[in-house]
Design a protein around this ligand. Structure first.
Ligand code: NAD
Length: 258
């Protein structure tokens, strides 16, 4: 997908969760635009994905606070500054509140709410000193509405909107913007993996899960492509988006229009 109208000055970006799906598409798009990119993931397969795009890979389990700080330190060491942070790494676990394992709750909150906070905190001084920063949080339509069976994910994503708004208010006078993107179902391994879980939870077959659960509230009846999300990330990371901050950007097939 071309984003020619969104070209921006070359920047240094740190993107999390880059081995597959949305994060891999963002790394590819940023590299195409000439940015220097540190791609951060706990999965060693991320090395090949980063190499193919022209990014630098850094392996880190972002549920660990020290690893979050080490990732930002690595971007600063390699590139001398950090301009763009994309908090994208995420996982899902589907089960009722009654049966939700505490360890899974903690893992999801650590990865999807605490890590974005710690990465934002660590990246902030470089953005402030440069007088320019872009924080882009990949939230979800589940940051706006709930669905049964996803208590931790939905709580983390709702929290991410609060973090985004606070960062926008604190960053406004320093040239730092913060925005959240809220997609409905995107064609990625995260969605593939949960189709079977949802089928079990709702006693359906997998096609029924896609049609009756994933696309039930969609006006546009299809899954979203990772590149469509990367395209909006590229806009929000560009010079053109300097007046855009504190906002939640839905790419939700019309889900929340009703
Ligand atoms: P994905 O499974 O393709 O990618 C997630 C990435 O996060 C993977 O590369 C994985 O290795 C990495 N990761 C997982 N745990 C990690 C950890 N502890 N430390 C570092 N990296 C870790 O999924 P995706 O669909 O591309 O999801 C990306 C983001 O988009 C997530 O935050 C997800 O919640 C959000 N999102 C996805 C959808 C969707 O339908 N796919 C919809 C809305 C929002």
């Amino acid at each position: 997908m071309s984003t020619t109208s969104q070209e921006t000055s070359p920047r240094v970006a740190l993107v999390t969760g880059t081995t597959s799906g949305i994060g891999a598409a963002v790394v590819e798009e940023f590299c195409r635009q000439g940015h220097q990119v540190l791609a951060v993931d706990f999965n060693a397969d991320g090395q090949a994905v980063a190499d193919a795009a022209g990014a630098v890979f850094f392996q880190a389990d972002l549920t660990d606070g020290e690893a979050c700080r080490a990732a930002v330190a690595e971007a600063l060491r390699r590139f001398g500054r950090l301009d763009i942070l994309v908090n994208n790494a995420g996982i899902q676990h589907v089960s009722s509140i009654e049966e939700f394992p505490e360890a899974k709750w903690r893992q999801i909150i650590d990865l999807m709410l605490t890590a974005p906070f710690l990465l934002t905190q660590a990246a902030w001084p470089s953005m402030r000193e440069g007088g320019w920063g872009r924080i882009i949080n990949i939230a979800s339509v589940h940051a706006q509405v709930a669905s049964p069976g996803k208590a931790a994910y939905i709580s983390a994503k709702h929290g991410m909107i609060g973090l985004t708004k606070t960062a926008a208010l604190e960053g406004g006078s320093q040239g730092i913007t913060a925005n959240a993107i809220c997609p409905a179902y995107v064609k990625t391994p995260l969605v593939d993996n949960q189709i079977a879980d949802q089928a079990k939870l709702h006693d359906m077959d997998e096609q029924q899960v896609i049609e009756q659960i994933m696309l039930k509230n969609a006006a546009v009846k299809r899954l979203i492509e990772p590149g469509e999300v990367a395209s909006l990330v590229a806009y929000l990371a560009s010079d053109l988006a300097g007046a855009v901050t504190g906002a939640s950007w839905n790419i939700d097939l019309g889900w929340t229009a009703q």
